[in-house]
Ligand binder design. Sequence first.
Ligand code: SAH
Length: 202
Amino acid sequence: MVASLKGRGISDAAVLTAMSQVPRHLFVQEALRAQAYEDTSLPIGYGQTISQPYSVALMTQMLEVCKGMRVLEVGTGSGYQAAVLASMGCIVFTVERLREIYQMTNILLRQLGLRGIHMHRGDGTLGMPGAAPFDRIIVTAGGPEIPRPLLDQLEEGGVLLIPVGERPRSQRLLRLRKKQGHISREDLGPAIFVDLVGNYGW
Ligand code: SAH
């Protein structure tokens, strides 16, 4: 899997190391384990998916994380992205709205004994005011707009990555940076994510 990521242009050594260390097969359903290291997204139940490895790698690389950063993830899903960030030394705050997925992933992350992941259930489009500000925010579901609370909870110098666009298949991955209170925005290309559902989502 890691060799194929390199072949597709993932060059950040810390991302590649983390993805070679986190056992992706433990984050997918047992019946799908044989496909765990193929470059494809897979169903995790309740209409949700574990993102494709290339997309996790690319987003993690684009997020420009360093050890010790406080990272908010909106859309915990399988917990794989959170595990990759934690294995890079980030302090991860991750929010999931669906109770069943929250419970399933909470048990898994505890079993794996990964340190530095704080899991919460709720509407992640509201961020996590109690734990803000964050150095980095990554949204792994696509919505119609950039949730204002996430911009407000971004630290000065911080980066926010989020897929935004009209349904069905016109999402763009955006990277926003906060510098001296001013927000700049880059378009990183097309993206395909499940729906971000919530106050500032669909
Ligand atoms: N990062 C995940 C990918 C998860 S798919 C992984 O590594 O597997 C996106 C997830 O976002 C789904 O589990 C979905 O239930 C969740 N989601 C959608 N809208 C949300 C919201 N407003 N707040 C929190 N989670 C949300």
